[in-house]
Each structure stands twice: as C-alpha cells, then as structure tokens.
Design a protein around this ligand. Structure first.
Ligand code: MCU
Length: 416
C-alpha cells in the first residue's frame, strides 16, 4: 500500500501517439542562425511554429528536432538544446531577456552589489558571499536561493545567498509581475518567477566576472542550489544559464525535477500529487502562457526531462524525498530516469545524479546523500578533484515499479 502505481506502462489514453498537429509552419527556411546554450552561434534547423510534436503521454524524444530531423552529433545536440529552450520559454517559462545593456558591480565586506540598466530603467540588488576560503584561489562558490533548506557545503567552497523573492515575488497569484525583474522589464513581461530568477543568477555571474580581483571567486566554477520552490528555481537557472557549472536542485518536485505527464498520470491513479492544473493556481512560477496547456500537457513539445537536458552534459545532481507524495515521487524518478538518457547519449553518465531517499523532513538535507554523493559532485565539479568519488548515480530507496523504457519509446544515439 502506498508504494506507487503497479502499472508499468504509460496510461492508455485515447490520444494517438504519432499525430502531428496541422499548425506547423511549412514555409520556414530550413536553417537559421541560432545562439547555442554554450554562447556560440551555429547553423541550426529553423524551429517550426506551433506545438508540432506528436500528442503523446510518453515523454518527448530528445533526439528528434521539432521539425522532424534527427539529432546525430554533439553539434546537433547544441541546436536541439537551443530549440528546446525556445519551446520551453514560449509555452511554459516565458521569455528570458538577453544580457542587459549595462551591468555594473562592486564588492565590499561580504556584499556584492549589482546594478542593471536597460531601456532607460535601472534596478539594483545585492547578494552576500560567505565562507570565502582563504588561500590563493580563485575559489568556487554555490549560489543558494532563498531560505528553505540549504546544503552542507564543504570547505573550499564559498556560499552566495540570493534573495530570489526580491527579483520575482512568489507569495501567490497576487505576486504576478512583482519584483525587481518586473520593475525593469514591465509588470506584464511574459517571464514567470523561475525565469526571472534565472535572469538574476545570470546577473550575479556577470557581477562575479566583473569583480574577480576583489572577490577571488572563480566565475567558471559556480554551483546553484535551492529547495522546494527554490529547487525548481535552481533547476531552471542551471537550464537557462550555461555558465552554471553544477546544478543541485533539492526536493524540487513538480515543476522542477518532475514531469507534467507523469504527474498527470499519477493523479489519474488517485495519488495526491501536485500537477500542472494545480501549480498554476498556487503561484506564479510559470508564464501566463502555460495556463492554456495545463489541461493538455500531452500536447506539449517537451516535458521536464528536456528542461533537465538543457544542462547536459554539464553536471546535475538531483535530490528528492520518498516521503513527499505531493512532490510527485514517481514523477521525479521517472522524469529524471529518462532525462539521464541525454547524458548517456553524450557519454557523460558520470555527470548525472538522481538520489531519492527518505526519513528526513522536507528540505532538511539527509546525511545519507552527503558523504558519497553531494561531496562527490562538489568535489569533482567545483573543487576539481577527479578522485572525489562516484558521480554516476541513479537511485531511490523505494521501488516505484516504473518502466522507464515504456515512457521513452525512442532510441538513444551515441553523439560524437
Ligand atoms: C515543492 O515545492 C513547493 C510545492 O510546489 C508547493 O505546492 C508547496 O506549496 O510548497 C513547496 C515549497 O516550496 O515548500 C517550501
């Protein structure tokens, strides 16, 4: 009892698995110049308009472009990531603005002050840098969202406290369009809070690049973490900001490490899980543009395995809690188990971790994830210690009887 669904394949729904919508733009040029997540630009297939993908309760194929072509190389993967980012922004997250025209920063005591101007408007915010290691450096740092949870950060790594609510509020529906991001871009900007926070993380990294000599922090070795709603934020920041070197979402659940389709299926089995229809009522984490799809998530050209895939092959370590049904424990297990196939395709399984344990209350980090998991990820990817331990992790203390392959009925290529 209570051990999750016993069915091992996607729920049978009447939705056909291979029907393309008719809204595809056929006159689009076959290629376009795209900025890839790594910051370069390359010639990529044009992104057709419309939902365009098969309506399917199985999770979308990461290795097929929106227009139907196959992803066969690492260069293709960069194009596919740029496309997935655009699709997520269009239908779920809202638009991530480009780097503003002016970003300046100063560091004094432990306070990093950041000023941003765009289109004649300005905002400023600050973050606190604690535990700056002594020694020559430069040193890595982990940006921690807000005040929930917090990871035990090992010696040698500074912590940066980011008051994400200052950038975009998250009290309730009434928080829509409130916070410094919206002071700069307007209260009707399409970005939901998760996107606005990711923008804020990007400005922190801009500021760290400008103040290297003062902070002695290495802007190429920055991790990001947060728990629960702020874990969703950490996941989206890692996905949208390629300068993040290590992404560490803690108990992010639905809207973070969970997939909409799997949560919908769990809910249909009678489980008390947060799903897309509820989450947009509760808060303003997503763009208003997502509202029209929350009852029809099988039509989306992505799910959160592809959000995670924006990070691949950068390292990602996802922590979840088997005791929290609301977060969608089957959904995060399945979603991340399938996300992992993207690191597999890139020959980077030692950069992907999913660990789901129990016995701890929500956002109180359990010691069972510390020594051999969290410390291994931080050691290897922020402290440059190749012998920090095993980082190829996929485990849950509960057997969910979840058939990963039947929810991902596509081949995994080897990309080179
Ligand atoms: C797991 O994150 C959220 C969850 O999505 C909400 O439904 C609930 O209200 O709050 C969680 C949270 O942020 O707890 C601190």
């Amino acid at each position: 009892p209570g051990s999750g669904p016993s069915t091992t394949s996607p729920a049978t729904t009447s939705a056909p698995q291979t029907t393309l919508t008719t809204s595809r733009v056929t006159s689009a040029p076959p290629t376009s110049t795209t900025s890839t997540p790594g910051g370069g630009s390359t010639t990529c297939p044009a992104i057709p308009g419309g939902l365009g993908s098969p309506v399917s309760n199985a999770l979308n194929d990461p290795f097929t472009f929106h227009g139907g072509g196959k992803v066969t190389s690492k260069a293709d993967w960069q194009c596919r990531q740029a496309e997935i980012s655009q699709l997520l922004q269009r239908y779920e997250l809202g638009t991530l603005p480009p780097k503003p025209s002016s970003v300046t920063a100063s560091f004094s005591g432990s306070t990093l002050s950041i000023q941003v101007s765009e289109n004649g408007k300005s905002i400023s915010f600050s973050v606190t840098i604690n535990n700056r290691p002594s020694g020559s450096g430069p040193h890595p740092a982990i940006i921690n969202f807000g005040s929930f949870g917090g990871l035990p950060v090992p010696a040698g790594v500074a912590t940066i406290s980011f008051n994400n609510d200052d950038i975009a509020q998250q009290q309730s529906q009434s928080s829509r369009g409130r916070g410094k991001f919206y002071d700069l871009y307007g209260s009707s900007h399409s970005a939901g809070a998760l996107t606005a926070w990711a923008w804020g993380v990007s400005r922190i990294i801009d500021a760290l690049e400008l103040t290297r000599a003062q902070t002695n922090i290495d802007p190429t070795r920055i991790g990001v973490t947060g728990c629960s709603r702020n874990g969703k934020g950490a996941m989206v920041a890692g996905a949208l900001e390629p300068r993040i070197a290590l992404t560490l979402p803690e108990e992010s659940g639905a809207g973070g490490a969970g997939c909409w389709r799997i949560a919908a299926w769990q809910k249909a089995q009678g489980q008390n899980v947060q799903d897309s229809t509820q989450i947009v009522q509760e808060n303003v984490w997503f763009s208003p543009s997502f509202n029209q799809y929350v009852n029809n998530v099988n039509a989306l050209p992505f799910d959160h395995h592809l959000l995670a895939g924006l990070i691949a092959p950068r390292p990602l370590y996802v922590m979840e809690n088997v005791d929290m049904e609301w977060l969608g424990k089957v959904s995060t297990y399945g979603c991340m188990g399938i996300a992992r196939k993207q690191w597999q395709a890139l020959g980077a399984l030692d950069r992907f971790g999913y660990s789901q344990v129990g016995g701890n209350s929500h956002c109180s980090f359990p010691s069972s994830q510390q020594g051999s998991e969290l410390n291994a990820f931080i050691g290897k990817y922020l402290l440059n210690n190749p012998n920090a331990g095993n980082t190829n992790i996929f485990r849950s203390t509960q057997n969910h009887n979840f058939n990963l392959d039947s929810w991902s009925p596509w081949p995994v290529p080897t990309l080179s």
